[in-house]
Design a protein around this ligand. Structure first.
Ligand code: HEM
Length: 426
């Protein structure tokens, strides 16, 4: 399928004159082909979302993506760009997402700020997500994994289960809720809220945000009276110490961000990863034969089929160049991780899934790069490793119940997700 419309006309600067619609279903169905063609055509392409007027620059080459994400000449907060109407940009953004004004402030997360404010917010929680702290959680993650696999409803509907709903979502929801301190009975609601936000029913976003914020406020009151060894307690302490360490709104937003960012993405890495391995029997056999390949396999799965294909917008704080092409102060740039992760300039034969690929590790861009590099990367990798290890050990006859190419996808710009993952366990 030809995802990105082709163009023959170019501007004076050699830029493609056409504007790519990021919400084009053909592009969302084949982002690898579509963004791949953009990457080979020029360092910059013009993109826009249906219903949102202002176009953005898309960068798709590995080196350019890393540059944009690490270069201090870019800001995440448009208010840090001189002369830009940040309030107007923000109002249009929120309107496009259907967010009522009274909830707007809860969406200003650690991802939306720069410099000292960013460091302050990130430092408050980063200790909980270091490799060492995450490593100490491993036995608990293994226990949750075994319990969830025990409960998979085998035998139902001809032995076919939706692995996404039955396992890939519950695992990361359980883990992040335990870390944050959200009691078990409340956890299924987060799955529903996450789903509702993504489906974005008109007028529904406000109600979902109201429910989430109300819920978090109740949790905070409860934890304040009964502290525990969890992130919620740590955040309350930081807030109650005063001294501008963490405002009331920031505390609520941080919980919201961690729980949503901590499960939506990981669920789809597990889903995409399991599907990819089952569609590559040689890779699957190699992994079964040598579980030592697991950490490298997870890195490669994030590169090959990671769930996050694009980052937040970055705003140029001055006139600059990307790949020799001009970007003006105030213009927005979107780093296409999918382009970077399949760039032949960086990865040999990038379309090939190869769990023994060298160099492996964090060479991929699937968790972003620079100051906003994914806070939960070590946790997400660990959950995926534990999940794959247990799944392969317990279900030697595991197969896809639908051919890989026919798996139903959730079409979202900048994301790569399955709608469901029907598996035959034995
Ligand atoms: C940031 C991907 C799991 C929390 C990011 C970014 C990416 C990403 C690409 C950078 C976005 C940008 O620069 O615009 C992923 C993927 C995951 C995953 C692919 C799973 C496979 C998690 C988990 C957590 C988490 C488990 C839980 C704590 C965050 C936070 C940020 C972030 C808080 C913002 C960091 C900052 O602004 O300093 N993630 N993520 N993520 N991620 Fe993840």
């Amino acid at each position: 399928t030809s995802a990105a419309p082709s163009t023959s006309s170019t501007t004076d600067a050699g830029l493609p004159a056409e504007t790519i619609d990021l919400t084009d279903p053909r592009l969302m169905r084949d982002p690898f082909g579509g963004y791949g063609r953009l990457r080979e055509r020029a360092p910059l392409a013009r993109g826009r979302f249906t219903g949102r007027g202002t176009p953005v620059w898309l960068v798709t080459r590995y080196a350019d993506v890393r540059m944009v994400l690490a270069d201090p000449r870019f800001a995440n907060d448009p208010a840090n760009v001189a002369g830009l109407d940040a309030a107007g940009i923000r109002a249009r953004e929120l309107a496009a997402r259907g967010v009522p004004a009274e909830y707007a402030r809860y969406l200003d997360s650690v991802l939306d700020v720069d410099g000292a404010d960013h460091l302050r917010l990130r430092t408050l929680v980063s200790r909980a997500f270091t490799r060492r702290r995450v490593g100490a959680l491993r036995p608990r993650v293994e226990q949750i994994t075994e319990d969830l696999l025990d409960r998979l409803p085998d035998g139902a509907a001809g032995g076919v289960v939706d692995f996404l709903e039955g396992f890939a979502y519950p695992l990361p929801i359980t883990v992040i809720c335990e870390l944050v301190g959200i009691p078990e009975p409340d956890r299924p609601r987060w799955r529903q809220w996450g789903r509702a936000l993504i489906e974005m029913r008109p007028g529904g976003v406000g109600a979902v945000l109201a429910a989430m914020v109300g819920h978090i406020r109740e949790l905070i009151e409860h934890r304040r009276a009964a502290p525990a060894d969890d992130l919620l307690t740590a955040l309350i302490r930081a807030h109650d110490q005063g001294g501008d360490r963490l405002s009331d709104t920031e505390m609520v937003t941080m919980v919201l961000t961690l729980v949503l960012a901590g499960h939506e993405t990981t669920a789809h890495l597990i889903g995409n990863g399991v599907a990819a391995l089952l569609a590559h029997p040689g890779q699957l056999a190699a992994l079964r034969a040598d579980p030592g390949l697991l950490p490298g396999a997870v890195h490669e799965l994030i590169r090959w089929c990671g769930p996050v294909h694009a980052t937040r917008l970055r705003y140029a704080t001055c006139d600059l160049e990307i790949g020799g092409m001009p970007v003006r102060r105030g213009e927005a740039v979107m780093a296409m991780l999918v382009g970077a992760n399949h760039d032949p300039r960086e990865f040999d034969d990038p379309a090939r899934l190869d769990i023994t690929r060298r160099p492996g590790g964090d060479a991929h861009a699937g968790f972003g790069h620079g100051p906003h590099y994914c806070l939960g990367a070590a946790l997400a990798r660990q959950e995926t490793e534990v999940a794959l290890a247990a799944l392969l050990r317990r279900f030697p006859g595991l197969t896809l119940a639908v051919p890989y190419e026919r798996l139903e996808r959730q079409l979202m710009p900048g994301a790569w997700r399955l709608a469901r993952l029907p598996l035959r366990l034995a």
